[in-house]
Design a binder for this molecule. Structure first.
Ligand SMILES: C[S@@+](CC[C@H](N)C(=O)[O-])C[C@H]1O[C@@H](n2cnc3c(N)ncnc32)[C@H](O)[C@@H]1O
Length: 247
C-alpha cells in the first residue's frame, strides 16, 4: 500500500489535471462558489490558505480574486503546475503537510482557509480531520471562512459499483476501484496508457478515511463555526463554514 505522498509522486500526479478534465473547469466552479458566497478580500494584502492545493483549483481563483495565497501540498509535481499557471498572481507554494496549519498560516491571519477536492479524506484518521478543523478555527481571522469539499463515503459500494470509470481518451484510461472497510476505503487508481499498439497498465492503491457529513458538521460546530452553505452533488459535499466572532 502506498502512502498518499508516494501515490501522487509515483502514480497520479502526471495524470491529475487530465483526470479532472483539464484545469479550467474546476477553477471556474470554485470561482462561481466564491461569487455565490460573496467572498472577497476585506482589504489589500488579505490572505488565504489552501490546504492540499494540488494544481491550484482553489489557489488560482483566490489569488485572482485578490487574496495573497499560501498553497500547501505534499506533491511538488502538482505545486509546480500551480506555480506555472499562477504566473504573476500572488501565490506562495509550500511542499509540506497540511496538518501543520499553525506553521503554514500566513500573516496577517487568513480570511479564508480551503481544504477542497476530497483532500480531507486523504488524512489518516478522523482525529486528524478533527484536528485540522480545530487548527483552522485557531488560525482564521475573526469572521473568516473555512471551505471544505469531500466525498461522502458513508454508503458502501458493493459489486460492480466499486469500479468507477473516471476518464478515458484514445491514449489513456483511468479507472478507480474502491474497497470499503469499517473506517477506511482502499482506493486503487488503475491507469491504462497506450504505448504504440499496446496498452500498459499501472496500478497504485492507498487509503482514504470514511467521513460522514453529519460528523463534519458536529466538528465544525464544536470548533466555533456556523454553516453558511452546504451542498451535496454526486456524492461530493461542499461546506462553507463561518467562524463566529469571539464573544
Ligand atoms: C484530490 S487532490 C485535491 C487537490 C485540489 N485541492 C483540487 O481540488 O483539485 C488532494 C491533494 O491533497 C494533497 N494531500 C493529501 N494529503 C496531504 C497532506 N497531509 N498534506 C498536504 N497535502 C496533502 C495531495 O498531494 C493532493 O494534491
Amino acid at each position: 500500500m502506498a502512502s498518499v505522498q508516494e501515490h501522487y509522486a509515483r502514480h497520479l500526479a502526471p495524470h491529475y489535471t487530465w483526470m479532472a478534465g483539464g484545469a479550467a473547469g474546476p477553477r471556474q466552479r470554485f470561482t462561481d462558489l466564491c461569487r455565490q458566497l460573496g467572498l472577497r478580500p476585506s482589504q489589500p494584502g488579505a490572505t488565504a490558505l489552501d490546504l492540499g492545493a494540488g494544481n491550484g483549483s482553489q489557489s488560482i481563483p483566490l489569488a485572482a480574486a485578490g487574496y495573497r495565497v499560501t498553497a500547501v501540498d505534499l506533491s511538488p509535481e502538482l505545486l509546480a503546475e500551480l506555480t506555472r499557471d499562477a504566473g504573476d498572481l500572488p501565490v506562495t507554494t509550500v511542499v509540506g503537510d497540511l496538518r501543520d496549519i499553525a506553521v503554514h498560516a500566513p500573516r496577517p491571519a487568513p480570511e479564508v482557509i480551503v481544504c477542497m477536492g476530497d483532500t480531507l479524506t486523504h488524512l489518516a484518521t478522523l482525529d486528524d480531520v478533527a484536528n485540522v478543523i480545530r487548527s483552522a478555527s485557531a488560525a482564521l481571522a475573526p469572521g473568516g471562512y473555512l471551505l471544505l469539499g469531500f466525498r461522502d463515503y458513508t454508503t458502501e459500494r458493493t459489486g460492480n459499483d466499486r469500479f468507477i470509470p473516471v476518464r478515458s481518451d484514445d491514449e489513456r484510461i483511468l479507472t478507480c476501484f474502491l474497497e470499503f472497510g469499517t473506517t477506511h476505503v482502499t482506493v486503487s487508481d488503475i491507469v491504462h496508457a497506450r504505448s504504440g499498439e499496446r496498452w500498459q497498465m499501472t496500478v497504485s492503491h492507498y487509503q482514504k478515511v470514511r467521513i460522514s457529513p453529519s460528523w463534519i458538521l458536529a466538528q465544525l460546530r464544536a470548533a466555533g463555526f456556523t454553516v453558511a452553505h452546504q451542498t451535496a452533488e454526486n456524492g461530493l459535499v461542499t461546506i462553507a463554514a463561518l467562524l463566529s466572532p469571539s464573544p
